[in-house]
Ligand binder design. Structure first.
Ligand code: ADP
Ligand code: ZN
Length: 429
């Protein structure tokens, strides 16, 4: 199902024309921001100089740090009276970043969400429960207006009170949910405890944090949904930037609204499709806060193969952002990779936590993982064997030497929004 087939499946020739035109317009709008005006002046660059994709590379990157230095309104390109909404990032990486929207921006954004939900398969016959924070976090209001635009019954459930959430899912015959994958796990766990089967549920849209394929199959089985990965960030409106189609093999990054590049995060050089690097995005329609070549910090690649669904460019699922990456005795690993390995081992439960310390100048990683009730109540032997299996799997698959603590179900923290599964005590050492 398409929301706008012509746009979604545009040919590369037409697309190039549209993107270059919009890149020029964006660069022109950016001239109202002193930061960009000065940069262009220093380089002797004008928006008209952008005639090809290669010309885009002449524009310097914009970083999160740049935005933070412009706190709060340094990057606003329109008169403040034209701003009608402010959001901030969740501040995972320090001081929150402020993002602003004009009425047109909010319309573009909700249209984008409507397009994504249509791709997933939702129609005005669906009932949609939005279980993310409705405050400054963009996931709440962003999805809300997009779903309403499609004429879907939209329940602004927000987060918290998991029992009540599950009652609503059941009582209102909810067919589609949106939340973080961590919270989806919690919903699965509590509904199992309550003995409630959510047999109307069909679609699960999960995003805002990295999650593994192993978690996907678990969620699909336990919640009875088809699970879709949703990617976005506040600086680029919010959620909706890239989304999975029914193929579940990469996320379509909407080519008419975002110009995507992949760079080597160390050299800044552009990488071709099929090579992993940092995603750099120039939003093409933002009015209040135009950004040029924004470094997302997220690691992915452009997918070289076209998608059977006929839509445009896809990016691979994210393993994590570059600053989530743990370096343990020289081995690079993302928490989502640990999740993927341990979740496939029978007997391991839903939650895990990673602690890293430096002992005698060496990095030591400890993983606490919950086990199922069955293992917990079983023989001691079984427990020892399970611990050995986990240690071996991590050694074989990720080359990680770890200490494993197996703990009772319910003893590790649960998360309603983005999970925080790593405690790195090295930073303070
Ligand atoms: P903050 O940067 O403060 O966390 P946001 O709430 O805007 O603010 O979060 C955006 C970030 O969330 C992205 O840059 C990315 O790291 C992460 N993210 C969002 N969606 C996904 C996803 N589907 N997979 C992996 N990471 C994601
Ligand atoms: Zn597709």
């Amino acid at each position: 199902m398409f929301r706008d087939k012509a746009i979604e499946t545009m040919s590369s020739e037409d697309l190039q024309k549209l993107q270059i035109e919009r890149l020029q317009e964006t660069a022109l709008r950016a001239q109202s921001v002193p930061f960009y005006r000065e940069r262009f002046k220093e380089l002797g660059l004008t928006p008209d100089d952008i005639q090809t994709y290669d010309d885009v590379k002449k524009i310097p990157f914009t970083t999160k740090k740049d935005l933070q230095q412009g706190f709060p309104f340094g990057f606003v390109a329109v008169p403040m009276r034209d701003i009608i909404r402010i959001h901030t990032t969740s501040g995972t990486t320090g001081k929150p970043t402020v993002v602003t929207y004009t009425a047109q921006d909010l319309d573009t954004w909700s249209e984008l969400i409507a397009r994504n939900l249509t791709m997933v398969g939702l129609t005005s016959d669906d009932v949609f429960q939005n279980m993310v924070n409705y405050g400054m976090f963009t996931g709440g209001l962003g999805f809300h207006y997009g779903a309403e635009k499609l004429g879907i019954v939209t329940i602004p459930a927000a987060t918290g009170n998991t029992h009540r959430q599950i009652e609503m899912l059941y009582d209102f015959g909810v067919t589609a949910i949106h939340c973080t994958p961590s919270y989806a796990m919690r919903i699965a766990e509590v509904s199992e405890e309550m003995g409630i089967i959510l047999d109307k549920l069909k679609y699960g849209v999960f995003g805002a944090e990295p999650w593994s394929e192993a978690l996907r199959s678990d969620l699909e089985k336990r919640l009875g949904v088809e699970a879709f990965d949703s990617y976005g960030m506040s600086e680029l409106f919010g959620p909706g930037v890239a989304f999975e189609c029914k193929e579940h093999n990469g996320l379509h990054i909407w080519h008419d609204i975002y110009y995507a590049e992949i760079i080597d995060p160390n050299t800044g050089e552009t990488l071709p499709p099929g090579h992993r690097g940092e995603l750099v995005v120039t939003p093409l329609l933002k009015e209040a806060m135009p950004l040029l070549r924004y470094r997302t910090g997220d690691i992915t690649m452009l997918m070289p193969e076209p998608c059977p669904c006929g839509r445009g460019m896809k990016i691979a699922r994210m393993t994590g952002r570059s600053d989530d990456m743990l370096i343990i005795r020289g081995i690079n690993v993302f928490p989502s990779q640990i999740e993927h390995v341990i979740k496939q081992i029978p007997g391991i439960g839903d939650q895990f936590m990673v602690t890293i310390e430096r002992v005698n100048h060496l990095d030591e990683m400890t993983i606490s993982a919950e086990i199922t009730d069955e293992v917990f109540n079983g023989e001691l032997d079984q427990l020892t064997q399970l611990r050995t299996r986990v240690v071996q799997a991590l050694k074989e698959r990720l080359e990680l030497r770890t200490t494993i603590h197996l703990v009772e179900r319910g003893s590790l923290p649960r998360f309603e929004g983005k999970a925080k599964r790593v405690i790195d005590l090295r930073e303070k050492a």
